[in-house]
Design a protein around this ligand. Structure first.
Ligand SMILES: [Zn+2]
Length: 413
């Protein structure tokens, strides 16, 4: 059984039992899972983790749901690749890429959804649901299919075609709403109170769901030979992933899986089309002012980020920064990542790499730091972003003469 003590309000610290709750009745603050770290420290070890399944469930001691009966498509334990060619382009000496494009539905969301639906079943929910900018919709639909649960996903109607098709194929009820993500989220909050047996993974099961992101930190540490990186770069939409990566590293120190060391520096990445957290960081503000999203990075287009303030706090406390980049820089970075390291990322990955480049160029990321960048979604989902730049080099008749006329290979040897 998981080592949960209960839930606690992030704002006023009131304690609640580990039930189907997500906001504080007293102050409406978000509820956070609290663990018995002494018991975990006594139970867990590097050897136990190594002997576990090759999925996020190898870290079950630090997750809020029981691994027996997990809703599991094999999320996690994705490659951590040393990226020397990209590092050389950016003037860094040790860069690693956490390649979450290869998760079962092509994004890091499989980590959080596997945890959320496992917990939802434990708590007796009957229907899986979510508000999504696309990746979450894919993952909820797939995991619900695997679990034999009905699923309902709500998305903004302007979403990329690929993300709609790859959700509907799992038999999910896909509701396209005429509005942006923040409108979708608002409706889902209303639906969640209307239908108490529906588990909206990122609304009424959010406290448990968000914990799945900690596995990014756990895997990075394990894959580096149980060492922490110096600096990580995390894309920011709701801000939840960034805060959970920070929590993940702290927990590894707490339970003894990592030896004591300096705090991991954490930087956030946003697109200029939706950069409320970057703007707050830049201006020194303590709170995040909502914006109306635009631009190509639709998976990060959350104008009113639920965990934006907490993400800001983590970044400042760790000595990181939050950067923002233009659509042109995002496309350029998608291509840079693909041509230097062989990874095709969606727009969110372009955002991360472009911000990584910017922070390296401005000295926020030091050349000697061991850096990990999170590449969180697969490029096949956002072909629209690069379709104009990436076509055939030439279209020619199928004979040698035509080939040579079109393609100059003189300096290829
Ligand atoms: Zn409270």
């Amino acid at each position: 059984m998981p080592f949960i003590e209960g839930l606690r309000c992030r704002e006023c610290a009131r304690a609640y039992p580990a039930e189907a709750l997500h906001v504080c009745e007293w102050c409406f603050g978000p509820l956070e899972v609290v663990y018995d770290y002494e018991a975990i420290a006594a139970s867990t070890s590097r050897e136990k983790v190594a002997a576990g399944p090759k999925t996020i469930w190898r870290y079950a001691d630090l997750l809020p749901a029981s691994p027996e009966g997990a809703v599991d498509l094999g999320a996690g334990l994705t490659p951590l690749l040393r990226a020397d060619r990209l590092a050389a382009e950016l003037g860094l000496s040790e860069l690693w890429l956490k390649n979450d494009t290869v998760n079962p539905t092509g994004s890091f969301k499989d980590r959080v959804v596997s945890v959320a639906l496992t917990k939802a079943r434990e708590l007796g929910f009957k229907v899986a649901a979510c508000a999504s900018t696309g990746n979450l919709a894919n993952s909820v639909a797939a995991h619900a299919a695997r679990a034999g649960m009905r699923s309902v996903v709500c998305i903004p109607a302007n979403l990329e075609l690929a993300k709609v098709v790859t959700t509907a194929v799992f038999g999910s009820c896909v509701v396209a709403l005429e509005g942006n993500y923040d409108d979708v989220n608002r409706l889902c909050a209303e639906l969640a109170s209307e239908y108490p047996t529906w588990a909206f993974v990122n609304v009424n099961v959010r406290s448990y769901y968000a914990e799945g992101s900690k596995t990014l930190a756990f895997e990075v540490a394990e894959q580096l030979g149980w060492q922490a990186p110096d600096h990580v770069v995390v894309p920011v939409a709701s801000g939840s992933q960034l805060t959970k990566v920070a929590k993940g590293f702290r927990e590894l120190y707490k339970v003894g899986l990592l030896d004591e060391g300096p705090q991991v520096r954490i930087s956030g990445a946003q697109a200029l089309g939706c950069a409320p957290v970057a703007a707050a960081f830049e201006s020194g503000a303590d709170f995040v002012k909502p914006v109306k999203p635009s631009g190509i990075a639709k998976s990060l287009a959350i104008g009113n980020p639920a965990d934006g303030g907490y993400a800001l706090e983590e970044v400042r406390r760790s000595g990181g920064a939050v950067g923002a980049v233009s659509d042109a820089e995002i496309v350029e970075a998608i291509r840079l990542l693909a041509r230097t390291e062989g990874i095709f990322a969606e727009t969110a990955g372009g955002v991360t790499v472009a911000v990584l480049a910017k922070l390296a160029a401005t000295g926020v990321i030091k050349p000697h730091e061991r850096v990990v960048a999170f590449i969180t979604g697969n490029g096949l989902k956002t072909l629209d972003a690069v379709v104009n730049e990436c076509g055939p080099t030439a279209t020619v008749a199928p004979n040698l003469e035509a080939f040579h006329a079109a393609i100059n290979v003189a300096d290829w040897q």
